[in-house]
Every structure is written in C-alpha cells, then in structure tokens.
Design a protein around this ligand. Sequence first.
Ligand code: NAP
Length: 244
Amino acid sequence: MLSGKTAVVTGASRGIGKAVALKLAREGADVAIIYCGSEEKANLVKQDILGLGVRCESYRCDVSDYAESETVVKQIIDEFGGIDILVNNAGITRDKLVLQMTEEDFDSVLDVNLKGAFNMIKHCYRNFMKKKYGKIINLSSVSGIIGNPGQANYSSSKSGVIGLTKTVAKELAGRNVCCNAIAPGFIETDMTEAFKENETVINNIPMKKMGSPEDVANLAAFLADSASDYITGEVIRVDGGLAI
Ligand code: NAP
C-alpha cells in the first residue's frame, strides 16, 4: 500500500504514464501528474484520480527545460510536503534511419527522454537525501538494451536512461533510495499506434501480442512499494519476451 506517499509521474496525460498514475493512486498514493501539451487529457486523469479518494494536482511542464522542471518540482514539494516516488515516464520518438535523421531529431529525443529524466532527478535529489527513503522509476525501453534500426536517437536516449539509473542507484543507495528502470517492449499507446496492425512486429514478439499500459503500471507499483526496498539499479523488461 502507498497510503501517505506522494508520487510524481511525468507524461501522465496519456498512455503508460496515465496507467501508472492511476495504479499508484489505486494503491493509495497522492499523485502529482505532469503533462506537456495535453491539458484536457491531464484534467480527465486528474478527475479519475480524485474519484479514487486521494489527492491529485496536475502541472504543465516541459521536462526537457531545466528551469521549468525546477520550478514545478519546488511547487510540488511546497504543495504536497515532499516527494516519495518519482516516475520519469515522459518520452517521445522521432524515428528515422541515421541517413535521414537530422540533428534536431537527435537532440529533441535526447532532450526529453534523457535530459528530462536527469532534470527531474536533479531537482528531487535533495528531497530524497533528506527523506532518507524514496523510489525513482525511469522508463527505458528494450530499444535501449538491444538497439533498433530507425531509432538511433531513441535507443541512445534509453541506453542513457539505464546508465543514469545505475549511477543514481549507487549514489543514493546509502540513503535508502532505490532507482530502477523499466524497459517495455511494444505497449499499446499512441506511441506505437503505427505498429498495432503490423504482423511482422507482432510475430517477432514471443508472446505474439503487444502489452498494455497496465502491464507496465503493475511493475511500477511494485517498484514504488516497500516490498521492493532491496531492489536497486535494476532494469526490468516488460516485453512479452521480445528481448530474450
Ligand atoms: P505516449 O502515449 O506517446 O505519451 C507520452 C507522454 O509523454 C505524454 O503524456 C506526453 O505529454 C509526455 N511528454 C512528451 N514530451 C514531454 C515533455 N517534453 N515534457 C513533459 N511530458 C512530455 O507514450 P507512451 O507509449 O505512454 O510512453 C511512455 C514512456 O514509455 C516513454 O518514455 C516511452 O519512451 C516509454 N516506452 C514506451 C513503449 C511503448 O511501446 N509504448 C515502449 C518502450 C518504452 P503530453 O501529451 O501532455 O504532451
């Protein structure tokens, strides 16, 4: 149970982030949800979470912006009294072969997926040090483990998230703060809309189906719970066997 805990979930307006925010709220956590462009969707998520009887506020923030993310983290700490669980879920893709990939395609994906996670961790770092307890959960991807043609930017960012996870895990282990990464395969969200009907993609997954956002949310809830207090620096796949 997560009653009495405050969770921050980035990219919680849609997809996996929405499912994670709802799952943590169902487990009893108060939740601060961060969105970037989808204000209406974030408001609907907020209403759903409030309906579960826990506290919820939504905040607009581009996580790739260092100053903006600092302001939002300060505001959340002021309003909720501290942060116990940070889920760095916000992410984007700009898939192209390296031949066609522009500098902007590369930089924008690294800025949101990797620097965004760094920014949030950096601004929450003192809060976790003071609490001497906490859970940081970063969304990586199987693409960051095995690579994927057309995703030089994305897989680099997601490999980077694994390095960030392991380093932060070592830095904060003495303070009882766990930092782990989840590496999903193909999960049914807006991000993978184009692959839904693609038989080659589905047949390549040993379990022959895409996962649901809830499959990822279930693992996030376990990693957010005290049941996983001795697990840190780990990368756990939720991929139906894709990267075996
Ligand atoms: P999604 O449906 O496309 O949703 C992306 C979320 O990220 C949205 O809530 C979006 O907010 C937010 N976001 C994007 N840019 C942002 C920014 N600059 N600042 C703050 N928030 C931002 O994606 P998803 O499929 O749920 O993926 C969630 C995470 O899982 C990502 O890190 C992704 O890389 C990872 N992942 C997904 C899959 C998959 O198969 N779906 C597989 C492996 C890893 P707004 O809509 O408000 O802009």
